[in-house]
Design a protein around this ligand. Structure first.
Ligand SMILES: *Cc1c(COP(=O)(O)O)cnc(C)c1O
Length: 481
């Protein structure tokens, strides 16, 4: 469909009948998406094209004229393909990047088709009510206080930013400062205590909020990457600065969980706010098998997690929950024209950093509706079982040392070189596996050692994918090593 300029002057009663919109472009997108998804089973997981190739494919001058939308989409699908990383294949184990369940993709399409502005009940009543329900479902799944407030944000980092804004509000309001009105100048300096294995997204959240990274004190962790309670206790002792303690549920490398109950007790005595980064591990609460790992986590003040990782909702999906709903509202609500619209309805913009936005909760609602509590537990348990199977398979290869067995779905191994340069060998094996395209692992530095990180969180992964990945690693280990 091509848009034509309005004929001028428009003659009353003689308006030209516009051609009906042509939605062929949606069929094209559907066919391209189906083709892509159907090919994932055997797709090369890495990317062969380099940046120069991608620039030549996707570059070019700004088009001056119009083009047929269906052709644009078909061409885009083809040119993008060369540079898509196989994160949604079942053989991708890098970083922590989940896949996308078909039901979530479908709901994401509907969210685009409806194009609702999920700012408030007034701008999209169904979206507002759907988010109320989805928030309640998530709290139930994650074992969080039913009265906690929540927001749907872009990812866990913005969940941190939202939670820390509420923490900043509460800690300064308790000291008589209205930070939303007067800002931080003149306020006592906030500090944040985190373990040394904290995720870097916490630092960016602290920067955004004006806390500054220098306000973050890094505390030592034990050999399993859990925050040491003795270090927390002495950091809190005799210090009455407003303090936010950031704990972790599911460390990136080891999947470790901090000792929540003890840490929360120390925090309460010190009137500190406890925030939990549970991008991965908050989901343990949704599996009866793993829920014990989260014991005491409900005592925290705020929790951040992702839908787009382990829940396998498409990208652009983070969740934040805050026990102190007044602090949450205090940080985000303000007088707006929406306030007069419909009372006692959810105005999403009063709970999060954004104004206009898409119906971001819709794919989560659809995924939870489709899997139910039991299906979600099964998906989580499967990932853990497959992670164990994968590490067991790797541990049987010559020269593999397991640095961290999976407690949940994350693990670390490294490769031992006869000459002793394990770091160089580990990097070269990871690179060789990536180049081979059968499987994809990332690398990291853990306790001073280079390691290959394993993250199993794609619903698509099967035992066969695990076997293929183990074989790909076997072939990447030089026989002389
Ligand atoms: C991925 C991750 C984050 C950041 O989440 P985004 O959704 O990428 O913003 C924070 N913490 C941990 C432990 C993570 O794995």
């Amino acid at each position: 469909m091509v848009l034509v300029p309005l004929a001028r002057p428009v003659v009353p009663n003689d308006v030209p009948v516009a051609a009906a919109p042509d939605y062929a472009v949606l069929t094209t997108a559907y066919e391209e998406a189906r083709g892509f998804l159907a090919g994932l089973g055997d797709r090369h997981v890495g990317v062969a094209a380099d940046a120069a190739t991608l620039r030549s494919l996707l570059g070019g001058a700004l088009p001056e004229g119009q083009a047929d939308p269906a052709r644009v989409i078909a061409a885009l699908s083809r040119t993008m393909d060369a540079g898509l990383l196989g994160t949604s294949t079942g053989r991708f184990f890098g970083w922590v990047i989940g896949g996308a369940l078909p039901v979530g993709i479908a709901a994401d399409w509907l969210a685009s088709a409806w194009d609702q502005n999920a700012a408030a009940y007034a701008t999209s009543p169904a979206t507002s009510v759907m988010e109320e329900t989805c928030g309640a479902w998530l709290k139930s799944l994650l074992g969080l206080p039913p009265g906690a407030s929540f927001a749907f944000v872009t990812g866990c980092q913005m969940a941190h930013a939202t939670a820390l804004a509420a923490a900043r509000h509460r800690l300064l309001a308790d000291r008589g400062i209205d930070v939303e009105a007067v800002g931080l100048s003149g306020a006592p300096r906030l500090r944040s205590l985190t373990g040394q294995t904290r995720h870097e997204s916490l630092l960016r959240a602290a920067r955004l909020l004006g806390l500054g990274t220098q306000a973050i004190e890094t505390l030592p962790c034990d050999e399993q990457s859990r925050l040491r309670l003795d270090a927390l206790e002495s950091a809190l002792a005799g210090d009455d600065r407003p303090t936010i303690i950031c704990l972790q549920a599911g460390d990136m490398n080891t999947g470790a969980f901090d000792p929540f109950a003890e840490a929360c007790a120390l925090a309460r005595a010190a009137r500190a706010w406890v925030h939990i980064d549970g991008a991965i591990g908050l989901w343990a609460a949704a599996s009866p098998r793993l829920a014990h790992l989260m014991e005491g986590a409900d005592q925290a003040h705020s929790w951040a997690t992702d839908g787009h990782k382990w829940l396998n909702v498409p990208q652009d999906c983070g969740y934040v929950f805050i026990a102190d709903t007044a602090a949450h509202r205090g940080a985000f609500a303000q007088a707006t024209s929406f306030a007069h619209a419909v009372d006692a309805t959810r105005r999403q913009l009063e709970w999060g950093p954004e104004w206009s936005r898409r119906a971001r909760a819709l794919p989560s609602y659809a995924v939870i509706s489709s899997l139910g509590r039991q299906g979600i537990a099964t998906m989580l348990d499967r990932s853990c079982d497959l992670a164990r199977l994968l590490v067991e398979g790797l541990s049987r290869l010559d020269g593999v040392e397991v640095l961290a067995w999976p407690q949940i779905n994350q693990a670390l191994v490294r490769f031992l070189a006869a000459g002793g340069d394990h770091d160089a060998l580990t990097d070269s094996v990871v690179e060789a596996v990536q180049a081979g395209g059968e499987a994809w692992f990332g690398s990291t530095t853990w306790r001073g050692m280079r390691a290959m990180r394993i993250s199993v969180c794609d619903w698509r992964t099967t035992e066969r994918d695990v076997a293929r990945a183990v074989e790909a690693v076997r072939q990447a280990i030089p026989s002389a090593a």
